[in-house]
Design a protein around this ligand. Sequence first.
Ligand code: ATP
Length: 373
Amino acid sequence: MTLELSHLSRRFTDFPALDDVSLSIAPGEFLALLGPSGSGKTTLLRILAGLDYPDAGSVHLDGHNFLAAQARERKIGLVFQHYALFRHLTVAENVAFGLRVRKRKLRPSKAAITERVDQLLKRVQLDGYGHRYPTQLSGGQRQRVALARALAVEPDLLLLDEPFGALDAQVRLTLRRWLRELHEDLKLTTIFVTHDQEEALELADRIAVMNRGRIEQVGTPEAIYQQPATPFVCEFIGKVNKLPVTCTDGKLAAGEWVLDGDPWHGRHAHATAYVRPEHLALGVPANQPAWIAHLRHIYLAGSVVHLELYVPAIDQTLEADIAGEDVARLGLQTGVDLRVAPRSAVVFAIDKPGDDATVQDRWMWQAQSTIFA
Ligand code: ATP
C-alpha cells in the first residue's frame, strides 16, 4: 500500500503548522519524521490518524482518498509517548481491547481473541505478563504493551509518535533495536515521529527532516548525513563545523584554506562551508592549504577522541573527531599547534553573509589530494 501525501497544509490561527508537505511512503517502509519541537511532525501524524484534518492537500492510499475515511476505518495502529494504557484493565485485556469493541459481526470469537493476545504478547516479549496491570510494569514494558495493542487490530499502517520519548537512554536503545527487528519481521508500513536524530538514523529506511512545517529533505539515513540538502539539515543532523567562505577572483577560501576552483564561476560572492568533525584532517603537509590550529582540549569518548581546536586566522573554534590510536601517532597534547584542513565539505552559496541569508546553490566539495589524518 503506497501512501501518497500531496501538498498538505494546516494552519493554526495565523501559524502554518504544515506548509505544502508532499511525501510518498512505500509499502513496508519504515519512515522517520525527524525535526525540532514545533516543526509539524505530530500535526502530520494526527492528520494521518484521522484526529485532525488539513486545510489543503490530499492523502491517497493506493489511489483511494484516505482522508475521506473515518479514523476507525483507516486500519491504523497508533502509539503515543504517553498513550496511557487502561489502568483498570490487565495487560491481556488492554491488548484485546481493539478486538473486543468491534461490532459483533466483525468481532473474533473469545477463543480467537485469547489466542491472538497470547501471540502478540510473545511477539513483544511479554509472554506470561497478561494478568498484570499496567502499574505493575516498567515504562519500556508499558510501551511494548501499547505496541501490542496497536498491532492487535492488524493495521495497514503503524503510526508511532515519540514512543520511547519518556524512557531512559539505555531502555530507549534496547527498544529501538527491538523495534527494528520487529519491523523486519512484520514489514508493516511505519511512520515514526522523533526529534532524536540518532534514533532516526538507526531505525529508519528513510528520514524526512522537518523544519517549520516543511520537509527540508527526504532520503536514506546515509544520504541525509553525507549529502545534506540544506544548511538546516547539516546543522540538525550530527555535529558540524560551520565556516564563512568568501569567493573572490575565482577562488573560494576561508582564511588559509583555499578550495580548488569555483563551481559557480564568480556568480556568488559568499558561501558557508559545513565540515563534519570526522572530515577534518590533522597534520596536513606544508604543500597543502591548511590552517594553523591550536589544540585546546582533548576529550576521550570511548574509541573516538574529540578535539577542540582554535584557529586564530579565522577566529573560530573547530571540533575534530579522530580514532584513539591517532592521538599518540600524531603526538597530540593540549597546547600544540597543528596544520588542519577539511577533507570534504558541503558548501552552500548564499546571497549575503549572516543567518538570514538565502541559499543559492550547493557544492559537495572533496579535497583533490590525499591528506592524512
Ligand atoms: P514536538 O516535537 O514538540 O511534539 P512537533 O514537531 O510534533 O513538535 P506539532 O505538534 O506538529 O510539532 O506542532 C506544530 C506547530 O503547530 C507548533 O508551533 C504548535 O504550537 C502548533 N500547534 C499544534 N497544534 C495546535 C493547536 N491545536 N492549536 C494551535 N496551534 C497548534
